[in-house]
Structure formats: structure tokens, C-alpha cells
Design a protein around this ligand. Structure first.
Ligand code: 4NP
Length: 159
């Protein structure tokens, strides 16, 4: 069984698909393909079925990361299906936890920026209504967080 990660944002077209594809890139580079698997979802249903936002894809491509995927909505069934659920911001975190009323899965839900080692910000900002700089910053931040996340998971794989 692989260690299963789910990245979650609002629309599942910008931040969480970027996190998913960056993490897959780092997993492949580390020779851990198949040992850690990644998926992403949105707390909203606004963009179900849509590919990643082209502005997010352009920023990722500049860093050598190819963006793939189609948006889906987070559901309560995801709590049992994944080992760790990474929320991009506090609103995402609260919306996820609202679907786990009795707190059964509370320990599985974390803020993505908790894994950053080079950035001090606590949330991955929503780039949707901003410019190119915002998308580039999301990539920088997620590279940092994904590297920290990979380091945190590696000891778990040996168990
Ligand atoms: P994401 O970005 O949550 O990072 O995928 C957004 C995408 C769409 C919207 C907001 C944020 N929207 O309001 O449609």
C-alpha cells in the first residue's frame, strides 16, 4: 500500500493541482514513485471537471512541472481514503473539518504551510483574482512545503 496524500483548495484548479503535480515531481525525483501517491480536490463544486487554470499551468511549466488533472469536489469519503489531507488555507481547513463533525479524522488534516522550512507565511494565498506574481509565489511556496512534506513522510514509509 502506498502512502496517500490529498491536497485541497477551494476550486481545485490552481493551488491544490499545483501541489499535487509538484509533489509527484519530487516523489519521482526521490525514486519513491508508487510509494507515495497524490490526488487533489476542491471544497467547492464550482469547477468540477475543469483542467488546471492555464495561468497556474504556465507558472508550473516555467519550473519544469507539467500540470495534469481534472477538478473534483472534496467529500467526506475522502477522510478514510487518504493518510494525510493538506489544506491550502485556513478556510479550506475549516471547510474540510466541517465535514468531520465528530473529529474522527482531525489528526489527518494539516495546513500545507506547516511543512514549509524557508517561508514564514501560514497559508497558500488564493491567486485566482491576482496577477502572474501571485501564481509564481504559489509555486515557490509549494516547492518549499512539498520538500518539507516529503521529508516528513519518508520515515513513515519505513514502518
Ligand atoms: P484554487 O483557486 O482554490 O486555488 O483552485 C480558485 C479557483 C477558483 C475560484 C477561487 C479560487 N473561484 O472563485 O472560482
Amino acid at each position: 500500500m502506498s502512502y496517500q496524500l490529498l491536497f485541497v483548495c477551494l476550486g481545485n484548479i490552481c493551488r491544490s493541482p499545483a501541489a499535487e503535480n509538484i509533489m509527484n515531481h519530487l516523489i519521482d525525483e526521490a525514486g519513491l514513485t508508487g510509494q507515495i501517491t497524490c490526488d487533489s480536490a476542491g471544497t467547492s463544486g464550482y469547477h468540477i471537471g475543469a483542467p488546471p487554470d492555464r495561468r497556474m499551468s504556465a507558472a508550473a511549466t516555467q519550473r519544469g512541472i507539467v500540470m495534469q488533472g481534472a477538478a473534483r469536489q472534496f467529500t467526506a469519503a475522502d477522510f478514510a481514503a487518504y493518510d494525510l489531507i493538506l489544506a491550502m488555507d485556513r478556510n479550506n481547513f475549516e471547510d474540510i473539518c466541517a465535514l468531520d463533525r465528530d473529529g474522527t479524522y482531525r489528526q489527518k488534516v494539516r495546513l500545507m504551510c506547516d511543512f514549509c522550512t524557508r517561508h514564514a507565511v501560514k497559508e497558500v494565498p488564493d491567486p485566482y483574482y491576482g496577477g502572474t506574481d501571485g501564481f509564481n509565489f504559489v509555486i515557490d511556496l509549494l516547492l518549499d512545503a512539498c520538500q518539507g512534506l516529503l521529508a516528513a513522510i519518508q520515515p513513515e514509509l519505513a514502518r
